[in-house]
Write a protein that binds this ligand. Structure first.
Ligand code: UDX
Length: 459
């Protein structure tokens, strides 16, 4: 089939490459000429495993091309995908300006029947508005249909996710468009959820909000574990074996970040308020997510007698999660900002995200290092902020010998507590009892539970 994909961000670029790989003729469209030139030369604007090869292979097979011209790009396409960004607006709602302007341009250039597919994450009712805008701007009296086909790709595994998706959601209001979509996804074995436009739009938000809720829930359980003397990883394992709960998204940590969860949870909350519904649970999900990093920093602060001034804190991780260079809404960066604000000198390292972070964090009181060992040199404390596999595999004996201090604050529960404690580290994780007992603060109960099960009175 002939496809046009407007927007070459994560969803658009990965979508274009995978659709082409399935044998379709695909044109990616973006207003940014430099970006398109980069992509065509195999230099991807995002770090995504396997993407460069997939793009280049399909360009040479003549199934994939790119252009900056929307009229030219959509001319011969049977299906036109809208994959532009919907960033968070000041009031929490999704900013739909790019979607509206693309819809207008599509309308102005439509000269035969096409299916217009909205893949961008958009609030309930947007697809209907897209339809109206296209109609209002038609220069020719042609028919068209609008389909909602939200994407569930995760950064870092998006190619695999698209090829082996759990489900494909198709919101439609015309049988003709549905037939086109069924043909497009005919090679996919997992279920096609065929539904009305509004339900399709909500499936995307409800899914992301539910996953965010799962993370905030386990983070609350982690706080309770620290007070109760339990281990959140053991609790999560025990819960996850129940098939109704499932073992995914139960890793306690510093909270969720990234370009989707924070934005989508806020947008769904805004939608519900606009519809005069107080979605209390979502409000708590956001609050818990924020509190999680505050509690983590408090732990660091208390362990240094409430004074971080002049201390050197080595921070491993800048990306919002592993296997990406994306720092959008990165909890690692937000946490570093708080620690720096408390007067500590920061050293940082990330396998992919250093360049992006430099623009965001700046250079004040931050030293960017080339590898994890340089990062920990002479540090008073080590903070693990992103769940990179590389940080798990470091030689912690060497880390110990390079550091000045011996405190590790594992914000992602990456390390094996017994092993690092044997090396002489004071280890503080999330939702486990630490061997560093001097951090009990006024917000903790009068008694804290020691690892051997005894109780110690708060100092
Ligand atoms: C997410 C959704 O998973 C995807 O379906 C949607 O299309 C876009 O948003 P992504 O933003 O790439 O994908 O990241 P994801 O892997 O879902 O992780 C989101 C955040 O949650 C990260 O900050 C991660 O560190 C955190 N997380 C994830 C946890 O803290 N604990 C977990 O158990 C899982």
């Amino acid at each position: 089939m002939k496809l046009a994909i407007i927007g070459t961000g994560y969803i658009g670029l990965v979508g274009a490459a995978v659709f082409a790989d399935w044998g379709n003729e695909v044109i990616g469209i973006d207003i940014d000429l430099k970006k398109i030139e980069r992509i065509k030369s195999g230099d991807m604007p995002i770090y995504e495993p396997g993407l460069s090869e997939l793009v280049l292979n399909n360009i040479s097979a003549k199934r994939l091309d790119f252009t900056t011209s929307l009229p030219k790009g959509i001319k011969d396409a049977e299906v036109v995908f809208i994959c532009v960004g919907t960033p968070q607006g000041d009031d929490g709602s999704a900013n739909l300006n790019y979607v509206w302007s693309v819809a207008k341009e599509i309308g102005e250039n439509l000269d035969e029947y096409k299916v217009i597919v909205v893949k961008s994450t958009v609030p309930v009712g947007t697809n209907e508005r897209v339809k109206e805008i296209i109609k209002e701007n038609l220069k020719n009296n042609v028919r068209f249909d609008v389909v909602s086909n939200p994407e569930f790709l995760r950064e870092g595994s998006s190619i695999e996710d698209m090829q082996n998706t759990d489900r494909t959601v198709v919101g439609y209001d015309s049988e003709r468009a549905l037939k086109v979509m069924r043909k497009l996804y005919s090679s996919i074995e997992s279920p096609l959820v065929e539904c009305d436009l509004r339900s399709a739009e909500l499936i995307k938000y409800a899914s992301n909000a539910f996953l965010a809720t799962k993370i905030s829930f386990i983070n609350e359980i982690a706080q309770l574990c620290e007070k109760a003397g339990a281990n959140v990883q053991t609790v999560a394992k025990g819960m996850g074996l129940d098939k109704r709960i499932g073992n995914h998204f139960l890793n306690a940590g510093l909270g969720y970040g990234g370009s989707c969860f924070p934005k989508d949870v806020a947008a769904l909350y805004k939608t519900s308020t606009d519809m005069a519904y107080d979605f209390k649970l979502l409000r708590s999900v956001m609050e818990v997510n924020h509190r999680q990093r505050i509690n983590y920093v408090k732990k660091i602060e208390y362990s240094f007698g409430k004074n971080l001034s002049g201390k050197t804190v080595a921070c491993l991780g800048l990306a919002f999660k592993n296997n990406t260079d994306d720092i959008r809404e990165s909890v690692a960066i937000k946490t570093i900002r708080i620690i720096r604000g408390l007067g500590a000198k920061i050293k940082v390292y990330d396998p992919q995200a250093v360049e992006n972070a430099k623009n965001d964090l700046g250079l004040s009181n931050v030293e960017y290092t080339k590898n994890a060992y340089d990062c920990v040199k002479n540090a008073d404390a080590l903070c693990i902020l992103t769940e990179w596999e590389e940080f798990k595999l470091l030689d912690y004996k060497k880390v110990k010998s390079l550091m000045k201090g011996s405190k590790i604050f594992d914000g992602r529960n990456l390390l094996k507590q017994d092993e690092v404690e044997k090396l002489g580290f004071e280890y503080f994780a999330i939702g486990k009892i630490s061997n560093g007992l001097d951090i009990l603060d006024e917000e903790r109960p009068v008694y804290a539970i020691l690892r051997n099960g005894r109780r110690q009175k708060n100092k």
